[in-house]
Design a protein around this ligand. Structure first.
Ligand code: SF4
Ligand code: SF4
Length: 126
């Protein structure tokens, strides 16, 4: 029988993340259509070497757009990457082959805001 979301302990919930880093990519939203576009620019706190957040415990304070994914909100965040392990779990889809953004992105510290649009990328494994 499939395990229900509420049956996951906090620790088990944390372990679902595959550390692909895809949710840490900067996204742009079309003001008119609302469509979300992913860039290849990543949050300044992303540790490319280990594909991990360097400020995990304080992430929501340091980066207001960084939403803590919980059992309650996971099905309400429409922009999560299609391959995200949480998204697939909630949508009852098999897990995707793991790929990460390691060495495929650039830190936001190195990109000017007005240049972000030039970094929109069609990630085929998003
Ligand atoms: S604060 Fe950490 S978890 Fe949040 S987007 Fe940045 S690197 Fe990712
Ligand atoms: S996209 Fe999902 S699986 Fe990948 S790092 Fe983010 S929360 Fe974890």
């Amino acid at each position: 029988m499939k395990k229900k979301l509420e049956d996951y302990t906090e620790e088990e919930w944390e372990q679902i993340c595959t550390h692909c880093g895809k949710c840490c990519l900067i996204k742009l939203q079309d003001e008119d259509s609302g469509e979300i576009y992913y860039t290849d620019v990543v949050c300044q706190y992303f540790d490319n070497e280990n594909c991990l957040c360097r400020v995990y415990k304080q992430r929501c304070e340091l980066v207001p757009e960084c939403i803590k994914l919980t059992k309650d909100n996971v099905d309400k965040i429409s922009w999560m990457p299609d391959s995200c392990a949480y998204r697939r779990l909630v949508e009852n889809r098999p897990q995707a082959k793991k790929t990460t953004i390691k060495n495929r992105c650039i830190s936001e510290k190195l990109v000017k805001e007005e240049e972000l649009e030039d970094h929109i990328v069609d990630w085929e494994d998003l």
